[in-house]
Design a protein around this ligand. Structure first.
Ligand SMILES: [Zn+2]
Length: 428
């Protein structure tokens, strides 16, 4: 009998290995219960809870109860909040073996390992859900993380974006068929390019084409994200698309229209440009980037333009600003720098910045009843910062605890109790 039990344990049959006392003390099926003690909890919806405890069973939060015991993780002295949501990343984009930007399409072993590494560093940085916008290479990574085979954030992907190319993008019917093919390929969301770039902001899809794309997405139960600048921003909102990416050069009237129509905006405050400048030798001459280092100088002039836009957008009443870092090669795991840019450089309220990556970010994904808040019934995606981001936004760099769906992936909190509490350790 004893050897049989050991074999069961080796096979990871948890119930056979759980301390007998715990099994006998529970009436229903045993489910691992974890209690986190915290002195400051940002609930993800704009409230601060003081001196309380979060109770987790399995993958979910089941209670907020200041008297819950015993405590498994003592996170007092830290700031506890829901795992962040990044609405715009390119999770597979990496630098290749030659050190150069390899973009999204790598199919080598190096590219696959690099994508897995991107997922790992993103999770370690406190991001428990990301939306990748997108690449077919996202699919096996998304599915491996979802199976628990690789550590990483929950990944949603657009698979293959619809590139606006004027008439060549197809008739409205052809565009509808394209959207359906993405859904069949496993897309969680549809990504549409309706403008070129901030420097060439011309619209690349007609209103009719954009209407077809976003309407078809809606009919298939998918959200539609539109890469847009200037006039394409208004067109995307009129087409009923879910969210505008970037949005720079939109007028206040365009932004007010978005607020009225409930179109989310995902602007960037600086990380993406800072990253290009930091890594210009790795991007130079690769597809879509300047062919000489001098060509990167112009990016410096774009940063103030993005700051101006973020400041202006954050003052439009009712406009819903989500958090999207546009993380790609060089910035995976540094996504939170975007919070610092928003708050330090653009005067965004720090609580609003946190909510943009918590409950509001979840709402934009259509997942507000699953993630983005610390409340009973939601997934136990919980992180802790060494510091208070409401007083010092650079605290977002100091993520010392990461739990996703009830599993602790990082626990670098300092007190002896915090370090001694391994998730599988007996608690009595
Ligand atoms: Zn992007």
């Amino acid at each position: 009998m004893r050897s049989a039990k050991i074999i069961l344990c080796a096979l990871g049959v948890l119930f056979a290995c759980a301390p007998a006392q715990r099994i006998s003390s529970q009436t229903s099926a045993p489910q691992r219960r974890i209690v986190i003690a915290a002195s400051a909890v940002l609930d993800g919806r704009g409230r601060v809870l003081r001196h309380t405890r979060i109770v987790i069973e399995g993958a979910k939060i089941v209670a907020i109860d200041p008297k819950a015991a015993p405590v498994d993780y003592d996170l007092r002295g830290l700031t506890v909040l829901p795992g962040w949501i990044d609405a715009h990343v390119h999770i597979t984009w990496s630098f290749g073996r030659d050190g150069k930007n390899a973009g999204a399409g790598g199919t080598t072993q190096e590219a696959a390992y690099q994508a897995a590494s991107n997922a790992w560093v993103t999770l370690m940085a406190g991001f428990t859900t990301v939306q990748s916008v997108g690449s077919p290479a996202d699919l096996p990574l998304r599915d491996a993380v979802a199976r628990g085979a690789l550590p990483g954030p929950r990944i949603l992907t657009a698979v293959e974006p619809l590139m606006g190319r004027g008439e060549a993008s197809g008739t409205p019917d052809e565009i509808r068929a394209y959207v359906r093919r993405q859904k069949e390929a496993g897309a969680d969301v549809i990504k549409i390019f309706a403008a070129n770039s901030v420097r060439r902001p011309e619209t690349t899809l007609s209103q009719e084409q954009l209407d077809a794309a976003c309407d078809e997405a809606k009919k298939r139960g998918l959200r539609a994200l539109v890469h847009a600048y200037k006039d394409a921003v208004r067109a995307a909102s009129l087409a009923g698309c879910t969210q505008v990416e970037h949005g720079t050069l939109a007028t206040d009237d365009d932004l007010k229209l978005m607020a009225e129509r409930g179109t989310y905006l995902d602007p960037q405050a600086g990380l993406v440009w800072e990253n290009y400048l930091l890594n210009k030798e790795k991007f130079v001459g690769t597809p879509g980037y300047p062919t000489s280092l001098e060509g990167f100088a112009g990016m410096k002039t774009l940063i103030p333009m993005y700051h101006e836009f973020m400041k202006r957008a954050s003052k439009i009443p009712g406009l819903m600003l989500v958090f999207g870092s546009d993380a790609l090669a060089g910035s995976h795991g540094r996504n939170a720098e975007e919070f610092i840019d928003r708050v330090r450089d653009d005067g965004v309220d720090p609580m609003a910045a946190m909510v943009s990556a918590n409950s509001l970010g979840a709402e934009a994904l259509g997942m507000a009843d699953e993630i983005g808040s610390i409340a009973p019934g939601l997934q136990a995606d919980i992180i802790a910062l060494d510091g208070d981001p409401l007083k010092d936004i650079t605290a977002v760099r100091r993520v010392v605890f990461v739990m996703k769906a009830g599993v602790v992936y990082k626990n670098a909190a300092r007190s002896p109790l915090k370090q001694a509490s391994a998730p599988s350790a007996p608690r009595r």
